[in-house]
Design a protein around this ligand. Structure first.
Ligand code: DGL
Length: 271
């Protein structure tokens, strides 16, 4: 049994969709969440800049005595997972492999779509992982660079003409390819599930990155004997690098429940 917390981080609020899953799947665990809200979005930046930011995020989280880290960010996973795993002496789980495994279980036609940030698509990580797991799969990737800024600004609801127009432009060509499964390769995108589902139609199954990685984390903790006492209720702490008030306003929507704790602001440049 190990009662130390799990560190979870994202460029901003998207990783909270993974926290929502962790609360359901591992309710006994303590979580320390960091959202780099001062520097979001990461997705249009270079691999070098994303790695620099990710190293700082991990350094901040490791100022706590953690037992594991979940990278609740597609962009950091696709660009920096291997380096972060090599540099750190604790287990680090990313979102790509668990999500790809789920997509391959779901697809019947072996024609899988994947939407994510520009950096994630550029990295080729989802495509390479899907092909490694099943060389016969056909993968169609599409960057959706405007989704993260719109979601961070609260523009993710059905009926919002801005997000619906942008989503149609990105997704209608993807629908025409005839995919039967679509990976939401960025942890911000589950907020757009309704809008994406409306455009893609009932014939396309959506697979979200955050939820699958929460199951992967559970398997890993069990295998390494790192799980907390299952009879307890875990606690979560939230840290951000910009105004905590802004985070709190929108975080409840991502978490689908009221934020029980206030967020604290830290200076990420110190790490
Ligand atoms: N949630 C991040 C991801 O999963 C968003 C990346 C960004 O900041 O652009 O990719």
């Amino acid at each position: 049994m190990d009662m130390r917390p799990i560190g979870v981080f994202d460029s901003g609020l998207g990783g909270l969709t993974a926290v929502h899953s962790l609360w359901k799947i591992l309710p006994e665990e303590n979580l320390i969440y960091f959202g780099d809200t001062a520097r979001v979005p990461y997705g249009g930046r270079s691999k070098e800049t994303i790695l620099k930011y990710a190293r700082q995020d991990v350094r901040f989280l490791r100022s706590f005595d953690l037992k594991a880290i979940l990278i609740a960010c597609g962009t950091v996973t696709t660009t920096s997972l291997d380096t972060l795993q090599t540099e750190n002496d604790l287990p680090i789980v990313g979102v790509v492999e668990p999500t790809c495994r789920r997509a391959l279980l779901v697809t019947k036609t072996k024609k899988v779509g994947m939407i994510a940030t520009l950096a994630s698509v550029r990295s080729g990580a989802y495509e390479a992982t899907l092909r490694r797991l099943d060389p016969t799969v056909e993968v169609i990737c599409k960057p959706c660079p405007l989704f993260v800024p719109l979601v961070e600004n609260g523009r993710f609801r059905r009926g919002d003409i801005v997000i619906e127009t942008v989503a149609r432009e990105y997704l209608e060509p993807l629908k025409e390819t005839g995919i039967d499964t679509l990976i939401l390769g960025c942890t911000h995108y589950p907020l757009l599930t309704e809008i994406i589902g409306d455009i893609m139609g009932p014939g396309v199954t959506l697979v979200s990155a955050g939820e699958e990685s929460a199951f992967e984390l559970k398997r890993m903790l069990k295998a390494r004997n790192l799980r907390a006492d299952e009879d307890r209720q875990g606690e979560s702490e939230f840290y951000v690098s910009d105004r905590a008030e802004d985070f709190e306003n929108i975080a409840s929507v991502f978490l689908q429940e009221n934020l029980r704790h206030t967020a604290r602001r830290i200076d990420i440049d110190k790490y």
